[in-house]
Structure formats: C-alpha cells, structure tokens
Design a protein around this ligand. Structure first.
Ligand code: TEU
Length: 560
C-alpha cells in the first residue's frame, strides 16, 4: 500500500533569495522582498518554499559558505524579518524548507578561526587537517579552485586543510562527535522556530575515508557521481551519521528532508530514503543534471543531446523508488542553466510553448516536483558577452583555468550562452517591464536579462494563455489528480527520439502524457486509441487529438 505523506503531495517552489526581490535598494534580494511577494507565491498553488541559504555568510559562494548558522545574512535582513516571513507563510498555508549546508562552513566561521590557531586547539578536529610532515596529502579535487586542488596549506600550523569546494569553504569533520552535536543542536534550534524541513546540501560528502588514500586522475575522470560516491564521499559512517541525525533531530518533528548531492546513485539511493532505515525522506539525482554536457569542456551543451537518454534517466530513477522511498523531479535550480534554454527552445517562436511543455513534464511525473523561481514565467539564460558580467565563483575559476592553460576564452564565453554557467539561472526575477525588471531600484548584483521588457510576471498575470497561467493550471491539475502524485509510471515508445510519452495509473484512473521535445511535428508510435480520450490540458489553443503532435506540444488525456 502507498504510504501517503504531505511532502509527497507537495509542489516545492525554490526561491533564490539573492535574486528574488530587493526592498532596500542595495541590489540584492532580501526577506522583506519575499514577504512582499507571498500572495504571488500563494497564487501559484505551490505548497512548500525552499529557500537557498539565508544565514550569515561572506558570500564567496552566495551563502553556501556559512559563517554563522543561527543568524540571517545582513544583506537579506534580520532575524525579525525571518520570524515575520515564517509567520506570514504559515498563515497562508505555505511551508518553509531551508538549506542545510553542513559538509563545509565558511573559513570565517568562528570554529575555523579557532581550528587554524594551533594543532591542540579545542576546535582543531572540527575540520580535516593534514600535518605537512606526513608529506603532501593525496590529491583531492577542489571545485571552484583554478588550481583544482582540494587541499590548502596553512603555515600557522604547518598543515593542509581539506576543501571540496573553494578554499574559503573548509570541509567539516563529521568523524568528530562534538561537531555532529553542534550541527544537531543548530538543526533543533531552527525546527523549534517552526521551519518545515531541510534540503541537505551535498549530504553524501559529509562522510569521507579520512585516511585519504591515493585516487588516481583516471579514477577521478569517471562519471561525476561515481567519483564522489566511490572515492571521495559516502564514506564508511555516512548512514550512521544520518541515522543519528534522524534520532537526535528529524524524528522529533513532522518535517521533510531532502538528500541532495552527487554521489547518490541508483544503487545507493534507497540507503538514504528507505523509510525503514529512518534517515531521510527523498532523494535528488544528478544523472539528468550532467546529461548533454560535452566531456572535457566546462558545461558546454551538446545541442543534439539525446531525448532517449533523458527518458531512460527519468524512467530508471522512477523504478528506483517503485516499491519504497521517494524521489524528486527537477529541471532547473540555482546550479543549472534555465530549463527552457537547456531542454526547451528559447527562441521567440518556441520559448513560451516549450516552457509550458517542460512544466507539464515536471508536474506529471512521480516524485516531488522542485520548481525553480522564474521558470513559471519562462525566464531564459543570461547569455552574457563578457566574463565581467559573471559573478559565480565556479565560472570565474573555470575561466581562470582556461586562461592559465592559454585556452580560447572567447569560445568559453560563447559556450556558456547555451551552456551551464550557474549565473544563467541566477539573474534577478523579472516582475515587470520597468528598469531592472522591478527587482531593485538600485544596481542589481547580477545583470537583469534584457528581455525582462517582454518576459515578466505582470505582463502574464491576466493573460489566460501565458506561461504563468499555464503553470497555475498544471499545478491545479496535479493537486486535483492524485494519480499524478502516486500513480504508477509507464514509459511508452522508449526509442522515440522526439516524443516523451508515459501513462500514470492509480485506482482505475489512467492518464496519458505526451510531450514533443522538438521544433518539428512528431508522431508517437504506439497502439493507443484516443477515440474516447478526454483532454485534461494542452499547451496549444487547439490540442492535437491523435498521436501526431505539433512542435513542443504537450497534452494530457484521461484514457480508458
Ligand atoms: O551543489 C552541489 C553540487 O554538486 C554542485 O557543486 C554542482 O555539482 C555544481 O554546482 C555543478 O556546477 C551544492 C549547491 O547547490 C551549490 O550551489 C554549492 O556551490 C555547492 O553545493 C557547495 O555548497
């Protein structure tokens, strides 16, 4: 029997606070800005808001480098603002999920400031240190570092410290029970304030083999999840930690927990989310996130990516959770390019159509949908023309790598227009056609996309055929049809290179979803009689009634 849960039935709306709405004119979004938009958020029909980190941070990695876990980042406002936000969300029946970033802290956190002082400091073992007299530590990659290294030498104690991300994001040592207790008490503090869950940043990474054995470069060149899962993360005690976290924290509240991070493989996902293991609630895979990038280039997108591969990824992951556990469905977030640019078609002719088609996919699959702010109005990639317009530490460090290697910098910038640079998805929300899209009266921290003059929420609010109102309709369709939440998923015509078609079935109700991912007409090759089918939604004013679809057409039928 299906175990029904509110977080399985929820639609999650991810807000990137830095780019959502600025009310004090500093060019950075803030909590008061989110409060001012709660009626808009409620009008979408979503149930849960996931906020990217809002805690004290020097913003080396836009809040994923936390210097004070129990404070609000000064650019975002005060703890009073937070309390107001939470109260006003709960008053509207909206739940709040926060970002838990505990694989690493900022180097400006007091724990690290103490830890680096001396080898016998009480906080020394809150982090991973390698004494220099043991020789150079075995290579570990450090994302966001131009030299690619995950170790940084610190002369004060003649030792190296580990950082899987930037050197200003030292990895926390979860082997240390004192550190783990600090994390649990911080989590309990936030739950006692009334939040409704955590999205857990790179949670498989918290457990490492702290003997740091040698990993050769060709071993690391294995696929992204593989290298983290097999070599760098998911260490021996990972599930001991998560079961301890559940016992000490999560089990005490009616909250949701999402395990994020490369290293969750189809073969290991249930170790995190099988309810019998009392760890976390739902998993988040990266197989789709890495599909379509051309190996050897930084997030260079292959325009001929394979829909057959895409369908296989999502179908295989649906099968992982067929009997137990629960998954998530996403196509965009703050680490990804805009879904319409990447998986749809952001040309003027097909932008709106393909946005609606992709939303139909996201909201008709089995698994909790994580929907990224701005996709509901069809926002697209920034397509900056120069490196000075970029802000993301990841893109800047990758650019520096190309520079150091004497590579083609112009090509690098061109690649990112259709590629995966994370700022593509971080440009400010486009509220209206005024200067800076109504996001700020000041200088935005990251340029607003020029197309805000035509692509903005205000222009779409009262247009029944807008991307925004289609999104609202799709959310309502999902809420009104539990078959779209819990129903069995069956892929049809798997080898079709243009159409993604599947059925959802529950208690005798059967829906057929057909999505044309191409700019040409396409035909579904399967035996389905649509004579008695009832059209539930379509992204054309007149939907196709047969098995041939218009460009980027999406339809959902109830079939017998
Ligand atoms: O990202 C986890 C992660 O896997 C990313 O490093 C991802 O692989 C990368 O962005 C691909 O381009 C989380 C957060 O979502 C991300 O914003 C942070 O930068 C990262 O962890 C470090 O906290």
């Amino acid at each position: 029997a299906i175990e029904k849960k509110w977080w399985k039935e929820a639609v999650v709306y991810q807000i990137y606070p830095r780019s959502f709405k600025d009310t004090d004119g500093d060019g950075v979004g803030d909590l008061k800005g989110i409060i001012s938009k709660l009626d808009y958020i409620k009008s979408l029909g979503v149930d849960v808001v996931w906020l990217n980190p809002i805690y004290g941070s020097p913003n080396t990695d836009n809040g994923y480098d936390i210097s004070d876990y129990q404070s609000i980042m000064k650019e975002f406002g005060t703890m009073e603002d937070f309390d107001t936000l939470l109260t006003e969300m709960h008053e509207r029946g909206l739940k709040l999920v926060m970002d838990l970033v505990v694989n690493h802290s900022s180097d400006e956190h007091k724990w690290f400031q103490e830890s680096k002082k001396s080898r016998d400091n009480p906080y020394r073992d809150y982090y991973h240190w390698w004494p220099a007299e043991k020789g150079t530590p075995a290579f570990r990659p450090g994302s966001f570092e131009a030299d690619g290294s995950g170790w940084r030498y610190d002369k004060t104690t003649d030792s190296y410290y580990l950082h899987y991300f930037s050197n200003k994001q030292p990895d926390l040592n979860w082997e240390n029970p004192k550190l783990r207790q600090e994390i649990y008490s911080m989590m309990n503090w936030w739950f006692k304030k009334g939040i409704d869950g955590f999205r857990m940043d790179v949670i498989p990474f918290i457990a490492k083999d702290t003997t740091f054995p040698v990993i050769t470069q060709d071993e690391l060149n294995k696929n992204y999840a593989g290298r983290w899962d097999v070599y760098m993360a998911s260490g021996p005690h990972l599930h001991d930690y998560l079961q301890e976290m559940n016992k000490e924290v999560l089990s005490k509240y009616d909250v949701m927990s999402l395990a994020e991070g490369a290293g969750m493989l189809k073969s290991t996902a249930l170790n995190f989310v099988d309810p019998a293991r009392k760890e976390l609630n739902m998993g988040y895979h990266f197989d789709g996130a890495s599909l379509g990038y051309i190996p050897g280039y930084f997030k260079k997108m292959d325009p001929n990516w394979s829909l057959v591969d895409f369908k296989k990824i999502y179908s295989d992951w649906d099968a992982v959770y067929d009997k137990k556990g629960w998954g998530t469905i996403y196509l965009g977030n703050h680490d990804q390019p805009r879904m319409t640019s990447r998986w749809g078609n952001d040309s003027p002719q097909y932008r709106a159509l393909s946005s609606k088609m992709l939303s139909t996919f996201l909201l008709s699959m089995r698994g909790t949908p994580y929907y990224y702010n701005g996709d509901e109005i069809g926002m697209v990639n920034a397509k900056f023309n120069k490196i000075e317009d970029y802000r993301d530490i990841e893109t800047l460090s990758e650019y520096e790598k190309v520079q150091n290697a004497g590579g083609d910098l112009k090509q690098f910038i061109e690649d990112q227009k259709t590629g995966g640079a994370r700022d593509n998805g971080r440009t400010p929300f486009q509220w209206d056609n005024s200067k800076n899209g109504g996001f700020t009266t000041g200088e935005p921290w990251l340029k607003v996309n020029d197309n805000h003059s035509s692509i903005n929420a205000t222009a779409q609010e009262n247009d029944p055929n807008s991307v925004l109102n289609y999104f609202r309709k799709m959310v309502k369709l999902r809420k009104d049809n539990q078959v779209l939440v819990y129903g069995k998923y069956t892929l049809l015509d798997a080898k079709n290179p243009n159409i993604y078609a599947y059925t959802r079935e529950l208690d005798g109700k059967k829906l057929l979803v057909m999505l044309n991912f191409r700019s040409e007409k396409a035909k579904l090759d399967t035996k389905i009689n649509l004579k008695t089918a009832k059209l539930l939604i379509g992204n054309y004013t007149t939907s196709s009634k047969g098995l041939e679809l218009q460009p980027y057409e999406a339809v959902i039928f109830e079939i017998k």
